[in-house]
Design a protein around this ligand. Sequence first.
Ligand SMILES: *Cc1c(COP(=O)(O)O)cnc(C)c1O
Length: 438
Amino acid sequence: MQLYSTKKQSEEVTFQQALFQGLPPDNGLYVPHQVPKLPQSFFDNIEHLSLTEIAQEVTQHLIGDEIAAEDLKKCVETAVNFDAPVVKLNERIFVQELFHGPTLAFKDFGARFMAQMMGYWLAKSPQSQSNPIHILVATSGDTGGAVAQGFYKVPGIEVVVLYPKGKVSPIQEKQFTTLGHNVTAIAIEGTFDDCQKLVKEAFLDQDLQNAKALSSANSINISRLLPQSFYYFYAYSRLKHLQKKVVFTVPSGNLGNLCGGLLAQQMGLPIAGFVAATNRNHVFPTFLNEGQFTPHASFATISNAMDVGNPSNFARIIEWLGDDHQGFKDKIWGKYYSDEETAETMQQVFQKTGYTLDPHSAIGFRATDEFLANQPDDTIGVFLSTAHPAKFVDVVEKAIGQSVDIPSRLQQAIDQPSQAITLGTDFEGFKSYLLHKA
Ligand SMILES: *Cc1c(COP(=O)(O)O)cnc(C)c1O
């Protein structure tokens, strides 16, 4: 796979190079030069394939020119070792549960795949053991846990997680502050955007570049996006027999999950449309509805993994869909909801169906319901459930008036003591910390 930068000032690279580099030197984003269509035979047979088999076919198709089929198969099997079931909520609305991985959120797909691919290539390069790669990751909640757990104890890798102090849920915080070993957590006295800015600055800093091998694990890394296409294929495979048009609703923040869907569509998956749903951080829905892209400082909400004021994958979406605004609107419908509407939806869905939604997925349900109301009967909707309700237990219990069961793998993390250091938002402080860190 060859990739180019959205700013078009940097050289083309292979997938392996983009994986380790994260961002191109011109500070754009890597996008595949070409996304080849999968053969028709794949789609004819897709309902007989498991999620892992689909994942293998898709990765082989995309990056099979860079890694032997047997090795790739092993990486995919290790990364995607959990299910993504599709559950029917009513005649027209289905939920795809993407929270059956180790940190109970969809980011396990991207992080685990990335960790496996890096681990594979690092094992072939002896110098990585003496000068480990530092993975810098800014998180608004779920990325930190998924990346920390995905890379935990992978030889040759040190993980540094930056998170906005006091703005992630206590359970999310536990998932990346309790591991130790090669995982360091830094609480930044600021917002998620401040964290993201520090990471971006680190990549542009010459002193750091000379002293450390740095890499990113945010959704800007292309290796995070590829595996986020797998489950779109899988959901389609399980609904194919209904012979309906399928629309996907994506609870969105940095738009990485949506990029996974757009990739699947480019590979030939017949997706009839997308709904991008957000909380009151509505830069993208506002762009879809009004044509203006106006980043702002992020607001704190109860769906905090989507508290993003300047979605980092926007440049990729523009690259793929062009800047014809009407064309854009025909492909993606945008909608946003307040915290009150989110809580109300959790409560209503629980009352009507007995199904418990986390706040992000609740936004997905509501947008799907609203979108389908104006669509003909031949269209059904799947919304991606991006997190398990137990990760947001306080908010969910308050909304539905019932207690939520905590899965045992989550309880184990909760029982461990946290370790994190605190830093301000100034770059010099962060830089000095990194330079003096072992
Ligand atoms: C990260 C995250 C999102 C947003 O996904 P993006 O790829 O950033 O758009 C939504 N829900 C949850 C639970 C998340 O962790």
